[in-house]
Ligand binder design. Sequence first.
Ligand code: UDP
Length: 239
Amino acid sequence: TNPKPAYRRILLKLSGEALMGEEGFGIDAKVLDRMGQEIKELVELGIQVGVVIGGGNLFRGEGLAQAGMNRVVGDHMGMLATVMNGLAMRDSLHRAYVNARLMSAIPLKGVCDDYNWAEAISLLKTGRVVIFAAGTGNPFCTTDSAACLRGIEIEAEVVLKGTKVDGVYSDDPVKNPEAVKYDTMTYNEVLDKELKVMDLAAFTLARDHNMPILVFNMNEPGALRRVIMGEQEGTLINA
Ligand code: UDP
């Protein structure tokens, strides 16, 4: 049997922390390349892949602001951190012979391309992986907002949120052994139960535009592929 993928075009959100692996800071090259390989598998299945990458492994504006720094400047640094991760991911994909482009919401001439909606779509249609960096380009936002925004813009069928847990639980599974995992949920169930899937701005953007969100464990090799093949994996949130 040769089952068909469940999706044609996806937006994959990778947190900066996912790239950190066992290290406390920065990028673990082995983890980076493993993720590159998993993305390559999707491309080989004919799936159009947009990637939004976080920056939390390097800088977070909020943390810097708490330490006394101007929040806007801290967020600029956070957005530049996502560009650094994006450069690393593009390099990893290129080394794996995957055609990939990096587009930044903050222009960085000579380093990567500027974000361009129409160009991103035509690149996706020709099988290029498009990495979207610098978040939304605006402070006081997160890369989860950027993932939902870009996902909606490129008309992805789903935003796949790769995290370090295997889905959405009724409570913190680390602290509460009774916590149960949900296979599917509606947007309203997530809001009613006040479960933290994403920040509220990102989540309501997805809800308002009917963009399904699937939360899964990116640290588990093969999980991304199972998600793509429509197997029960992680938690799917939709209307
Ligand atoms: N950021 C921002 N605007 C955006 C996206 C990100 O200002 O649209 C900044 C913000 O400071 C954030 C940092 O970039 O803390 C890194 O992004 P995020 O925390 O979302 O990364 P992740 O948690 O996914 O690693």
